[in-house]
Design a protein around this ligand. Structure first.
Ligand SMILES: Cc1cc2nc3c(=O)[nH]c(=O)nc-3n(C[C@H](O)[C@H](O)[C@H](O)COP(=O)(O)O)c2cc1C
Length: 223
C-alpha cells in the first residue's frame, strides 16, 4: 500500500484555499487505496532547528529537541509520497513549513558523497527515497509567482535524496474563493486534482495536462 504523509502549513487549516486543492488531491489518492495521514503545522509543536548538529554527531543520531517532530520525522522517513502543502508567504513556503523541513536533517548522515554530480550528504538507510508533491495557493495572478517555491522544493528533494513529482498550484486563489461562494464552475479543476491523486498513486507521476488545468485562468489579469 502506498503511504502518504500530507502536511498543510496554512494557519487557516481545512478552511483555507490551500486545503481546497489538497482535499481533492488526497481524495484521488484515497480512491486508489493509498494510506493517508494529514497534519496541520498549526496543531503541531515544532521548534526551529538549533543548528547544534546533535543529530549528526551524537551516538543516538537524534535531534536534541523533544517536540512533535518526534512524531513527524519517522512518518516522513517511511512515506512513499510526502505532500508539502503551504500557502505562498512572501514568495516562499510558510515559516512553520520551513521549520519542519529544516528539522529533516536527522535523515542525513554527516559524510559527503557524490550524487548526480553534486556533493551530498548520504541519506540514512531508514529513510525511504520517497516522492515529494508541492501543493500551494497564492494571491497574485501569475503562475510565475511560484517559481521561487518550486525551485526550493526541487533543491530540497535533491538535497534530501527524494524525487520531486510535481506541483499542484493555484494562483489568484481569491478568485477561487469567490467562484466557490457564487457557484462558479471549477469542476474541471477539482476533477484534475482527483485525477492527479489517482495517477501519482498508480504511476508515481502527475500528468502535465492535469497540472495545466489546475492552474488555469479564473479571471482575466486586468480584472
Ligand atoms: C503573510 C502573508 C504573505 C503572503 N505572501 C504572498 C506572496 O508573496 N505572494 C502571493 O501571491 N500571495 C501571498 N499571500 C497570499 C496567500 O498566499 C493566499 O491568500 C493563499 O491562497 C492563502 O492560502 P490559505 O487560505 O490556505 O492560507 C500572502 C498571505 C499572507 C498572510
Amino acid at each position: 500500500m502506498v503511504k502518504v504523509l500530507a502536511i498543510n502549513s496554512s494557519p487557516h487549516m481545512k478552511k483555507g484555499l490551500t486545503a481546497m486543492i489538497l482535499e481533492q488531491f488526497l481524495n484521488g489518492m484515497k480512491e486508489k487505496g493509498a494510506e493517508i495521514e494529514l497534519f496541520y503545522t498549526s496543531k503541531l509543536n515544532i521548534n526551529p532547528c538549533k543548528g547544534c548538529l546533535t543529530c549528526w554527531f551524537s551516538a543516538e543520531e537524534k535531534c536534541s529537541q523533544r517536540d512533535d517532530m518526534d512524531i513527524i520525522l519517522p512518518k516522513i522517513a517511511s512515506a512513499d509520497i510526502f505532500v508539502v502543502a503551504s500557502p505562498m508567504y512572501v514568495d516562499g513556503i510558510t515559516g512553520q513549513m520551513k521549520n519542519l523541513l529544516d528539522r529533516m536533517l536527522p535523515l542525513l548522515d554527516p559524510y559527503v558523497e557524490l550524487r548526480n554530480g553534486n556533493c551530498r550528504h548520504p541519506v540514512r538507510n531508514y529513510s525511504k527515497p520517497g516522492k515529494v508533491v508541492l501543493v500551494s495557493s497564492c494571491a497574485w495572478w501569475k503562475v510565475d509567482n511560484f517559481d521561487s517555491m518550486i525551485m526550493h522544493m526541487k533543491a530540497m528533494c535533491a538535497n534530501m535524496g527524494r524525487e520531486f513529482a510535481g506541483a499542484l498550484l493555484r494562483p489568484h486563489s481569491g478568485a477561487m474563493a469567490y467562484l466557490q461562494a457564487t457557484g462558479g464552475d471549477m469542476d474541471d479543476i477539482f476533477n484534475a486534482l482527483r485525477a492527479s491523486g489517482q495517477k501519482v498513486v498508480e504511476k508515481g507521476e502527475i500528468s502535465s495536462e492535469n497540472l495545466k488545468t489546475i492552474l488555469r485562468e479564473l479571471v482575466p489579469l486586468d480584472q
